[in-house]
Design a protein. Structure first.
Length: 559
């Protein structure tokens, strides 16, 4: 399992540095080319940070270009979400946003060019027949009976395809390369398919749409991309990428470089499977805080800095197949919030405490630092009076030996306040504890008197001044490290039924001022974020981002 540090290797960055130092490369131009058929996920964050990061580091440009070649699966909402995600991560693309559809006219002209050169033809085989004729990894393919049509016939058929004369699947345009090639991608790949679909950018102008393989390299060439960085799954496509560039009169010849994709345990990064979760109502949407989408992680409370830090920690290599421990991701956000999130007290499972030796009208207000190490954060005002809420988990009627919280006859310190002792337990008719009667030692504010040691410290909230909050306790969406490892099983069988637990808590008064996406450390509990959509002054909603325990940091110390 990958556990690399912040100095993790980045072979592409090292390679470009050597190219620049040797004079082989001048200004580099990269691109981030998402398909607008879903929201971006944590794997895309790695690609974003890599492509934009390389451009930033070496004074180059990075383009944002949508690979919009399949209008049946694309939506404007996805385009808008992707733009927002890239900007939120702190990156700015060079120039205007680009679309592969910007180049459809040029791509069509180049398809005609290949036909005239005898290197493309219109095929009437059905999709099933094309697969059959293509052969296997161990058997060569067979040429289509339509492979030797004349250039004039192919040009005519292609234009009629473009005009919408034929039904979907009736014909395709294929490159004429090598049906016996050991690389199956070179066995006459499809360049154009018929699709009678409205396009979000070009409307109803086109009835045929280019394949990704035909579109991508030529779009790179048109834009002057110098380094076309993609994941290892496209390594076998590189000979085809280069074949097109060598056959066509393109203005530049980009170079494709592959790197290992991110595989994060307890996480899915298949858009198709993530869409299934959304469509089946298993999650509330693409930005559900349990989703590994950038927008979902943002809503859960992750920061741009933490995601960029994580992507730097995991490095960029060509070694594929390794699982990255999700503890590295939670370490990145936890270390960020530890330094930057203000503190607050919030009781998630309230139990009433009545301080019997405190007058009903008594009230004190403590001024407490917003952060123990940050003088730039405003102080919090914490009111103290006769009735308080504590967390029910901080009391046990019959505690074990090393339970250092509240119990009958035992003492604890209220954080930032006095030591109290539990004198009486009040139960209802069903025998359930509904209230504790305690007494205050007024000589213990801000100190522990000599000769008396109180090990336990618990958080609390004034019953009179506390604000009600809805707290959503998020956990991993899946119970196993690789939910889709078994191809014969349903990944939905591994869903975590406790991935979301909602509780009604009581927070200290300062939380009443929380704006959407404000992040806090709830003392002794974890890190939380005001929900960017649902939280409002009259109904505060906080999402648990991550707990206080840092398993990855402990693992590094042991290592």
């Amino acid at each position: 399992m990958t556990t690399e540090t912040s100095s993790a290797p980045n072979f592409i960055r090292n390679q470009i540095r050597e190219e620049i130092e040797s004079g082989q490369s001048q200004k580099i131009v990269t691109r981030f080319p998402p398909e607008p058929n879903g929201f971006l996920h944590i794997g895309h964050a790695k690609s974003i940070c890599l492509n934009f990061g390389l451009a930033e580091q070496f004074g180059g440009d990075c383009h944002l270009r949508f690979d919009d070649t399949n209008p049946a699966k694309e939506e404007q909402a996805y385009i808008d979400a992707i733009k927002e995600d890239v900007s939120w991560l702190g990156f700015q693309w060079a120039g205007d946003i680009r679309f592969a559809s910007d180049y459809f006219d040029q791509l069509y002209a180049w398809a005609q060019y290949l036909i005239q050169a005898g290197k493309a033809y219109v095929d009437d085989l059905s999709p099933d027949e094309i697969r059959e004729y293509r052969g296997t990894l161990t058997e060569a393919g067979r040429p289509s009976p339509y492979r030797d049509r004349s250039a004039d016939e192919n040009l005519d058929l292609l234009e009629r395809m473009r005009q919408g004369e034929f039904a979907e699947g009736e014909k395709v345009l294929r490159a004429k390369i090598d049906m016996a090639s050991p690389n199956i991608n070179l066995r006459d790949p499809i360049l154009y398919r018929i699709r009678h679909a409205h396009h979000h950018q070009t409307g109803d102008k086109w009835k045929i749409y280019p394949s990704y393989d035909f579109t991508h390299g030529q779009s790179d060439a048109i834009e002057g991309i110098t380094h076309s960085v993609c994941t290892l799954e496209f390594e076998d496509h590189r000979p085809l990428y280069e074949w097109f560039l060598n056959q066509l009169p393109v203005p530049t010849k980009p170079r494709q470089i592959e790197f290992a994709r991110l595989n994060l345990n307890y996480t899915l990064t298949s858009k198709r499977k993530l869409k299934l979760l959304v469509d089946n109502g298993i999650v509330e949407g693409w930005d559900d805080p349990r989703m590994p989408t950038i927008s979902g992680m943002r809503r859960r409370g992750y920061t741009p800095a933490s995601l960029r830090k994580f992507c730097e920690m995991i490095g960029v290599t060509r070694a594929d197949g390794g699982l990255v421990d999700i503890a590295m991701l939670t370490h990145a956000i936890r270390s960020d919030l530890e330094d930057n999130a203000p503190r607050a007290m919030c009781v998630l499972n309230p139990l009433k405490v009545v301080l019997t030796n405190v007058d009903e009208h008594h009230e004190e207000v403590y001024e407490v630092p917003g952060h123990p190490a940050r003088e730039d954060m405003p102080v919090r005002k914490i009111p103290f009076n006769r009735e308080l809420w504590i967390d029910r988990d901080d009391f046990m009627e019959e505690p074990p030996k090393k339970f250092f919280r509240l119990a009958p006859g035992k003492e604890v310190r209220l954080r930032n306040s006095y030591v109290i002792r539990c004198d009486e337990v009040i139960k209802n008719a069903e025998g359930e504890i509904e209230e504790l009667r305690c007494s205050v030692d007024f000589d213990t504010l801000g100190k522990n008197p000599e000769g008396r040691k109180v090990k336990g410290v618990i958080h609390w909230v004034s019953a009179r001044h506390g604000v009600p909050v809805e707290v959503r306790l998020y956990d991993n969406l899946f119970l196993v490290e690789q939910p889709d490892k078994d191809k014969d099983a349903d990944f939905l069988d591994h869903l975590n039924p406790e991935s979301l637990v909602t509780v009604k808590g009581i927070g200290e008064p300062s939380l009443a001022n929380a704006d959407n996406e404000d992040r806090y450390q709830f003392e002794r509990v974890g890190y939380f974020c005001a929900d960017r959509h649902d939280s409002r002054p009259d109904h505060l909603v906080f999402n648990r981002t991550v707990g206080l325990k840092d398993t990855w940091a402990k693992m590094q110390k042991k290592g």
